[in-house]
Design a protein around this ligand. Sequence first.
Ligand code: SF4
Length: 102
Amino acid sequence: MREESDKELLDRIAKMLDGGLKTMTEPFPEDNFQFDVIVRELAHIKKDDVEKKLVVSGYLNHPIEEMRCMECMYYLNHRKWCNLPEIDLPAEPDWWCRLWRI
Ligand code: SF4
């Protein structure tokens, strides 16, 4: 089977979020320990289980206050991609998740 392009995957994720997928936006990690707990949970999810990765990371299709993917240290702007290895999924620049970091 042909592999899904980045754009197709981005569109699929946008549809899931537009469709009202409830993701875990809380608790927002307050320190490295709490951040690592979420990252470890993500690491156990199968790579192709996109929905579960979105839920656990708390993906949203809009910013939270001043926080957007665009300013996050994991964001690859030219590719519209979240490069946190445990997420490794496309994202629009004005989206957000609870692993946001600068
Ligand atoms: S970690 Fe979250 S906020 Fe940062 S680029 Fe990835 S999806 Fe966006």
